[in-house]
Ligand binder design. Structure first.
Ligand code: URA
Length: 210
């Protein structure tokens, strides 16, 4: 992947996203829509995966049939909202290895602090797809990518549902080699770091918390 930002401007993605933005959408419907939309985003983020062929026997003949090349992918969920996107991506890539990165913001330094980190072995030889629905300030996303690179990852893609211009700019500055795939690029952040027009707190909306 080379372009730094891809907005998946597909009618189904945009329609489902509008339903998710609507504040009256229930937790159950929000979750279902997120799962559906993540299938469509997963399709896009895996579009250029390297391929090889495997010799198989169909009921009629032998053929060299296309298969994915190389090691299994690694999906990395940035907790906690990342888990909502993760489920749908795993539906499409059930054999992928899965990791989790947990970060919280230190209220004094305002810097992301790691509280959980567990990722698959040999990240250096895997295509790594980091998932987090909201690319807002970009601080925690960029910090999560720092950790993945420290673990050896070299081919990383960042998959989100909504991105802010501020978050995209920060990621481009800190990780120009990491392409971002998103369903929409929204207008801006508000003073509390929420994406506008956005959809609110993605974790709260998918888990029914407040
Ligand atoms: N995280 C969210 O869940 N929503 C935002 O708008 C920004 C960050």
């Amino acid at each position: 992947m080379s372009d730094h930002l891809t907005v998946v401007n597909h009618p189904l993605v945009q329609h489902k996203l509008t339903l998710m933005r609507e504040k009256s959408t229930s937790t159950a419907v929000f979750r279902q829509l997120l799962r559906e939309i993540s299938h469509l985003l997963a399709y896009e983020v895996t579009r250029d995966l390297p391929m090889t062929t495997t010799n198989i026997d169909t009921p009629l003949v032998e053929m060299d049939a296309p298969t994915l090349k190389g090691k299994k992918l690694a999906l990395i969920s940035i907790l906690r909202a990342g888990n909502g996107l993760l489920d749908g991506v795993m539906d499409l890539i059930p054999s992928a290895r899965v990791g989790f990165v947990g970060l919280y913001r230190d209220e004094e330094t305002l810097k992301p602090v790691q509280y959980y980190y567990k990722v698959p072995a040999e990240l250096n030889s895997r295509v790594v797809i980091a998932v987090d629905p909201m690319l807002a300030t970009g601080n925690s996303s960029a910090a999560a990518i720092d950790l993945l690179k420290q673990s050896g990852a070299t081919d990383i893609r960042f998959l989100c549902l909504l991105a802010s211009p501020e978050g995209v700019a920060l990621m481009k500055d800190r990780h120009p080699d990491v392409p971002i795939i998103t369903a929409a690029l929204d207008e801006r952040l508000n003073e509390k770091g929420y994406i506008l027009p956005g959809l609110g707190d993605a974790g709260d909306r998918m888990f029914g918390t407040k």
